[in-house]
Design a protein around this ligand. Structure first.
Ligand code: ATP
Ligand SMILES: Cc1cn([C@H]2C[C@H](O)[C@@H](COP(=O)(O)O)O2)c(=O)[nH]c1=O
Length: 166
């Protein structure tokens, strides 16, 4: 989408955007997909969503003068995930993996702040957070994710779709 392209040029540092504005753009980029997400979910299709609103809150609240509550507001009411997988890897190990350091936000001190924001978000017991050890091999991690995802799909198949942070 146009918003998506604008965000991409911000992330690769081609464009600078004001911090509040970019936070709202990330959220708008989620909201513009909600009608098609709802349609697919009602057809029984399982959605795997990379990052979603939790990255929105964790990354913006890691900036100076942004509280967690303000950061959550624009994403309140999005489709609520049945399972949130947090792939945990130390900032040091992440930095050793391919391509780290080129994008905006990819420096270890900022990533450490983001990690603390994620720990805060994970305290919310109304959400089904599961932490996976991302230092494992791709194959082992894949197996574990598949198992927990399939269990969740079984559990929730007849449950109504919830609204995030409501
Ligand atoms: N379990 C793993 N073990 C070893 N290397 C991995 C593993 N998972 C991913 N990688 C490698 O780490 C690099 C980053 O992986 P990937 O792009 O999947 O991360 P990501 O978390 O999706 O990053 P971002 O969301 O910031 O784009 C890639 O080079 C990928 O091949
Ligand atoms: C969803 C979302 C993401 N971000 C940040 C987090 C990452 O640094 C990038 C996304 O990188 P990817 O390689 O495309 O996964 O954007 C953010 O600041 N706010 C958000 O809502």
């Amino acid at each position: 989408t146009e918003i998506g392209r604008l965000i991409s040029s911000y992330l690769v540092k081609e464009k600078n955007l004001e911090d509040h504005a970019v936070h709202l753009l990330f959220s708008a980029n989620r909201w513009e997909h909600v009608p098609s997400m709802r349609e697919k979910l009602h057809q029984g299709i399982t959605l795997v969503v990379d990052r979603y609103a939790f990255s929105g809150v964790a990354f913006t609240s890691a900036k100076e003068n942004f509280g967690l509550d303000w950061c959550k507001q624009p994403d309140i009411g999005l489709p609520k995930p049945d399972l949130i997988l947090f792939l945990q890897l130390s900032p040091e190990e992440a930095a050793e993996r391919g391509n780290f350091g080129n994008e905006r936000y990819e420096n270890s001190s900022f990533q450490e702040k983001v990690l603390q924001s994620f720990y805060h978000l994970m305290k919310d017991k109304t959400l089904n957070w599961k932490t996976m050890d991302a230092s494992k091999s791709i194959e082992d991690l894949h197996r574990e994710i598949k198992t927990v995802a399939e269990e969740t799909m079984q559990e929730v198949q007849n449950k109504p779709l919830g609204e995030l942070w409501k």
